[in-house]
Design a binder for this molecule. Sequence first.
Ligand code: A3P
Length: 300
Amino acid sequence: PSDTNIQGKKLCNYQGCWYYYKNLQAVLDYQKHFKPLDSDIIVTSYPKSGTTWLKALTVALLHRSEDGLQSHPLTSDSPHGLVPFLEMDLYHKSSTPDLTKLSSSPRLFSTHMPLHTLREPLKDSPCKIVYVCRNVKDVLVSLWHFRSKIGKKEAERSGLESIIESFCKGVDNYGPIWDHVLSYWKGSLEDPKHVLFMRYEDLKEEPYAQVMRLAEFLDCPFTEQEIRTGSVEKISDLCSLSSLSNLDINKTGISWNNVDHSIFFRKGEVDDWKNHLTTEMANKIDMIMDEKFQGSGLKM
Ligand code: A3P
């Protein structure tokens, strides 16, 4: 375990992963106090990989009986409010948050912790873990835009080069990203009933198939009747970037970390990195990825 400073923030390494110092205590408290229920669902990701989207899809799948938008939970709260982060929200506010106050059933949580850290208090729990992974270069560009919007100090609004450098060294919030992705990739191969590995790019390319896949995994498959009446398409439309970002709650609300909800919706495209990274930058990342993922069967 060691400390370092990156882009004006103190980072601390715990169980092989770097955390902002302010979040580490919450990770420890989560590991010490969290008691899983068999029905829990945990949405996980590396930051900027499609967390907000996956949260919305999960909520929409579990509330698909609600006809129309009027009483839909996604219109009264943001995906981040409906699926709170364990370490950045719940255990950040209290070392023993009152989880009985959560409105959802089953309980929905989210996290950016790597799988081994997340799993410590889960023991043999049959709860479901859904991970979304995204092209590392798009994650990086998304992160850069995000930080330039939320950074309060100059150092936090760092340039792309500086983010690439810390990213490639693996010393960034929740990094190294390679280890993060691999922890869930291997977990999904070893325990496919409890860990689902999804990709942002697949969700973009074949939303229908991926929504079906998520529903099967969460033990709420679509009925013939639902399929006939377009329930799958309705869910993927409701959770599209344009639809979510146009809901009042997401246009005007403030999220758990005091930033505008709207910041979580930008372009939502595949390969936006091509508009920002030089060939040299992209090659550097590709080389590291090839080396780290070699032999794992994981293709980016
Ligand atoms: P871009 O910055 O590339 O546009 P996270 O939710 O993990 O913080 O990730 C944010 C990224 O996901 C942003 O990517 C954002 O635009 C994109 N995103 C958010 N909601 C989305 C949706 N419903 N569909 C597709 N992409 C979405």
